[in-house]
Design a protein around this ligand. Sequence first.
Ligand SMILES: Cc1ncc(COP(=O)(O)O)c(C=O)c1O
Length: 400
Amino acid sequence: MFSGLSRRARNLSPSPTLALDARTKELQAKGVDVVNLGIGEPDFDTPSHIGDAAVQAIREGFTKYTPATGIPDLKKAVCKKFLEDNGLEYDLSQVVISVGAKQAVYNAVQVLCDEGDEVIVPAPYWVSYTEIIKLAGGIPVEVPSREEAGFKVSAADLEAAIGDRTKILLFNSPNNPSGAVYDRDELLAIADVCLKRGLYIISDEIYEKLVYGGLKHVSIASVRPALKDRTIVINGVSKAFSMTGWRIGFAAGPREAIKAMGDLQGQVTSNPTSISQKAALAALLGPKEPVEAMVREFEKRRNFVVGELNSIPGLRCSTPGGAFYVYPNVSAFIGKKNASGKTIADSADLAEAILQEAAVAVVPGTAFGMDGYVRISYATSMENLRKGIDRLRRFFAALG
Ligand SMILES: Cc1ncc(COP(=O)(O)O)c(C=O)c1O
């Protein structure tokens, strides 16, 4: 028995969404026909002009180390994106290119958070936030939202959670898993609390482009001029351009914070893949139509999934404004018995029963800090959605 693990490693929980994905693929490899509604990545191919740029980069020998924080051309394109999309003006020294938005979140927390600092995380939240905070020695303080409030926390909810050790708000709109999109007024109220109480903000905006029904994403860093100097904005190409495997994210913010993130990256990973950086450059500067087409398709699927789920007795599903998830309320089924007679105690038990008995993968709300719900991804074909929902319908009917 190996006993050499550090306390840090012993305390680390693996990502539940990655674990579910691995389990689903394992079952599929054994021949079980699992419908995977647990996935967190678009099912579309990366647009071809982006792949072409990567091939060209290889052909031209652009395969060596780049500056650790990314190539200047890509930083320029990122500055242009922030200015045009978010009204945020940064220079190149305020931008770092990282290995996915995940590394940017990790690095931002590492450079802002000291041992014992409290970091506010509105729930439900993306699974990695709390682990990333704990890895930095910080203390995650979860602030629950309510379904009736569209899974959004109010400024008052946040203010009530702020104490002497609170330093950071880790914010995510559009939200994974709920799909909640905060509007400008809601952001203004939250921004003012952060300013009044001297909080810093890490704003994860990776789902920015995936908003529906005419909604517009607003970056919290843009709603008050003073907030830009206290906010690290994180974004990337993974979700908008269907580039999850390319591993390119970026962050922009106060020069000192970005420099520290770059220094950290320089010691840990060096540059993100040179070829992927060229691909991300093509994505940011290239035509917008492929993204618009994906968004239209996602919106169609969202509407279909919400309608179907609401027609299942006992399920209640609100219509999310963004991302590619729905977060239906399954609390009516908690306390029922699964096929082998075991009581379903929480959404984790329910998701397990759904996987075992209905061969559909969904992520339990427990993974996101909010039980009583499951996350269903519609980043899969209509055919899969139909098949998955049919199975869910039969499963829930049998559960009674
Ligand atoms: C809210 C949120 N932030 C960040 C990420 C990570 O993005 P990337 O693949 O660019 O690292 C994800 C991916 O699931 C996410 O849902």
